[in-house]
Ligand binder design. Structure first.
Ligand code: SF4
Length: 331
């Protein structure tokens, strides 16, 4: 990675590991530490935000330049020239996470037990920035995470179906983003590097039913661009047949402010309406949970248990967040 890019990322509190990986403590990890308020994936699936390690093996590689992306982009390539060893990346990531969290020791808002737990990450969110499937040793990396007793969420833009086809093992939960309802809109909103990116995404959607893991389709919705079109999204979702569909409103933060405005942010009520209409188009999904503070709603395929394997139904989370919409945590 060139030194200028490294300097920008370090200024933004990324801890760079080796040549192409990075860790950054998630906002929700800090919120759960200090205010017992985890992210929506804690509410939806039961991960523990204070034990989540947000990282990427591809801090400078992506096959798209999405207009809604709030991360520092400046992506020049979608492959890695010289790849670091997965063990080196995982050890470096855990070490960095522990160090980044060490400042909470003695914080009056954080119990000693919680601090201790935060020093032992239990969940790896491979999602920080970039397109992680550009790292050819991703399977080895995921295997190391699982061997260390950690669950994994992998977020991909779906433009590398060949990598997903061969990925072994698969992550605990695989996210594929469908950020536009048509090729024309996708090309404008996601600005892919390759001309066949939409066809590759379609290939990934067709592949998903055969992958033996928990699968999520995420719709990132930009008002004035990609919000609406429920019947077109439903057509794509039917191909993928995921366990879960997250409808998430665009948030006008970070670098996305250079391309979009506050007017492009859907309200939570608009997201709720989108998810309700999508569920009615699909027929076999139900709206099970939502988080007003993250402008996100969760559809679950009927009969699917949304909690991560091995988890009891986290009743406390249910009580805290599955409240009537007017009593949810403030935005
Ligand atoms: S799952 Fe994602 S949002 Fe939740 S704490 Fe981890 S990195 Fe943050």
């Amino acid at each position: 990675m060139d030194s200028q890019k490294r300097a920008v990322l370090e200024k933004q509190h990324y801890k760079i590991i080796g040549e192409h990986s990075a860790v950054k403590v998630c906002h929700w990890t800090k919120e759960e530490m200090t205010h017992d308020r985890g992210c929506y994936k804690q509410s939806f699936y039961g991960i523990e935000s204070h034990r989540c390690m947000q990282m990427t093996p591809t801090v400078a590689q992506c096959s798209e330049n999405c207009m809604f992306c709030w991360r520092f982009q400046d992506f020049e390539e979608d492959h890695i020239e010289v790849e670091d060893d997965p063990k080196f990346i995982l050890e470096g990531a855990i070490e960095a996470q522990k160090k980044l969290m060490s400042g909470y020791r003695g914080d009056a808002r954080v119990s000693p037990e919680k601090w201790q737990e935060s020093q032992m990450p239990k969940h790896v969110a491979i999602s920080l920035t970039g397109e992680p499937t550009a790292y050819s040793r991703l399977g080895e990396y995921i295997e190391l995470c699982h061997k260390a007793g950690m669950t994994t969420f992998l977020v991909t833009n779906g433009t590398n179906p060949e990598v997903l086809r061969k990925l072994d093992p698969l992550p605990t939960q695989l996210y594929v983003t469908i950020a536009a309802p048509s090729k024309e809109m996708f090309t404008k909103v996601c600005a892919p590097i390759r001309s066949n990116a939409w066809e590759q995404l379609m290939d990934t959607l067709s592949l998903l039913p055969s992958l033996d893991t928990r699968k999520v389709i995420r719709h990132t919705l930009v008002k004035g661009w990609t919000l609406g079109f429920e019947n077109q999204y439903a057509r794509l979702d039917r191909i993928a047949d995921p366990h879960f569909i997250e409808s998430k409103g665009y948030v006008n933060v970070g670098y996305s402010r250079e391309r979009l405005t506050m007017r492009n942010m859907p309200s939570h009520d608009e997201i709720h309406e989108f998810a309700t209409r999508l569920a009615s188009e699909l027929g076999n999904y139900e709206l099970q949970s939502e988080r007003r503070d993250s402008r996100v709603a969760l559809l679950v395929r009927k009969g699917v248990n949304r909690w991560l394997p091995g988890l009891e139904r986290p009743l406390e989370e249910e009580l805290r967040y599955n409240l009537p919409r007017n009593r949810q945590p403030a935005e």
